[in-house]
Each structure stands twice: as C-alpha cells, then as structure tokens.
Design a protein around this ligand. Structure first.
Ligand code: C5P
Length: 232
C-alpha cells in the first residue's frame, strides 16, 4: 500500500515545510488539491520535485467537463509531469475514453488516471436527487464504467475497495481518504479506517492528511506509518 500525504495546509510555505520535513522518504506520494494548485500552480509542483525528485504527485483536480475539454486538460496535466490525477466518472464514459485516448501518446510515462465515483459529502437523499439511485449502487456502476473506459482506478472509501475490485479487477487501483493510522480523531470524516483495515480491503493508496500535518512531529509520524506498512 502506498502512502499519500495530503498537502492541505493553508499556505504554500507551510505545505513546503511539511514536504521538506519528509524529504528523506523516497516512497511518498503528495496530494495537491484545488486550493494549492489554483494559488501556487506549476511552480509549487516544481518546488516539490526539487525537495525530493522521487516524490510522486497526485494532482487532485477532479476534472468534469465536455470530453474534448477534459482531454485537453488531461494532456496539459501529463505535460506537468505529475504521476496521477483524477476526473469525475459522472462526466460519462465517452469523456473518460476520450481522456484515455489523448494520453496514449505519452506511453508508459502517462500519469495514472483515477475516477471519483460518488463524493462522500453527499447524504443518500442528496445523492438520489441528482443520480436517482443510492450511493453504493451508483458508485459500483461508475467504477465498472471507469474500468471499461480504461482508467487505472477509483477514489473510494476503504470500505468499498474490496467490492469495487470484485466488480472490476484486482488490478484496478483504489485510493482511499479518511485513513487514521493510529485511530486519530476522525474530524469531519464519517467513516475512517486504520492502516490495517485499509490493507485488508486491498486499498492501493492510503491518503492521510490531518493525522500527519497536525502531528507534533510529522516526520516521526510518517516514519511510524511506513514501518507499519512494511509489516502489512
Ligand atoms: O485530513 P484527512 O486525512 O481527513 O484528509 C483527507 C484528504 O482527502 C483531504 O484532502 C480531503 O479533501 C480528501 N478527500 C476526502 N474524502 C473524499 C475525497 C477526498 O477526505 N471523498
């Protein structure tokens, strides 16, 4: 299981300080979201790579638009040299296929593409008002569609990972936020999983934000997580 650190601190300086404190670890993924990318742009990504060229970057921009516009954006993301990004599955199968076709020219160097199935902030009722189906049913349908369109995986809760792999393939990647390595405070997350339960659910990428960046010593926390991951 890969460890993805969410760089969710309010300023570029704080995020870079966190990344610098983790510079000794060559196996980490860094999640860069809307706020940071909109404000700090490509420069931020270049600075991350300068801190440690082995850091892998997950650009969490959740693309959703018409197929051609999504594919154009995907090609620009590939040009940034990031290793993974995501799109909304609800943009539709044609959009997903168009994105993957546009990335073919990057060959083995193309970034991994994950689909967001259902945003976990939705209540079942809110979700039904838009999609006319329950979250679980629709999330699995979106996952199958993403798999058929040639995407590499989905963003899902650790609790859905196993069912999604059963419905698609064991190689279809799952990335799960809301991981609380040592049972730390859930914060605003509804369903949190430990590293152990994420591993049992065959999660490929565990996203950890607050338990690391709010730790007294983030470096020590990440070291402890890495030791557990080695044993799982
Ligand atoms: O601080 P915490 O570990 O809860 O951070 C989880 C990260 O994953 C945050 O960046 C949050 O926005 C993101 N995320 C999430 N739930 C989703 C999708 C993304 O928590 N369904």
């Amino acid at each position: 299981m890969n460890l993805v650190i969410a760089l969710d601190l309010p300023s570029s300086a704080e995020n870079l300080k966190l990344a610098e404190s983790l510079a000794a670890y060559d196996d980490l993924w860094m999640k860069v979201g809307f706020r940071t990318y909109i404000r700090d742009g490509r420069n931020f990504l270049d600075t991350l790579k300068a801190i440690n060229p082995h850091f892998k970057v997950f650009l969490d921009l959740k693309l959703y638009d018409i197929p051609n516009t999504m594919a154009d954006a995907a090609a620009e993301i590939a040009e940034l040299g990031v290793e993974m990004f995501n799109v909304h599955a609800s943009a539709g199968e044609r959009a997903l296929r168009t994105v993957m076709e546009r990335l073919v020219s990057y060959g083995e160097d193309r970034p991994l593409v994950l689909a967001v199935t259902a945003l976990t902030s939705f209540s079942d009722e809110e979700f039904r008002r838009i999609y006319e189906k329950g979250i679980d049913e629709k999330a699995e349908q979106f996952a199958r569609m993403s798999y058929d369109a040639g995407l590499d995986g989905v963003v899902c809760s650790a609790f859905e990972s196993r069912a999604i792999k059963a419905a698609t393939s064991s190689d279809f990647l799952t990335l799960s936020p809301g991981i609380r390595p040592f049972g730390e405070a859930a914060g605003d997350q509804q369903r949190v999983a430990t590293l152990q339960s994420a591993a049992e659910s065959q999660v490929d990428f565990a996203v950890v934000g607050r338990p690391v960046y709010r730790a007294e010593d983030p470096t020590e926390k990440v070291q402890k997580i890495r030791e557990i991951l080695k044993r799982l």
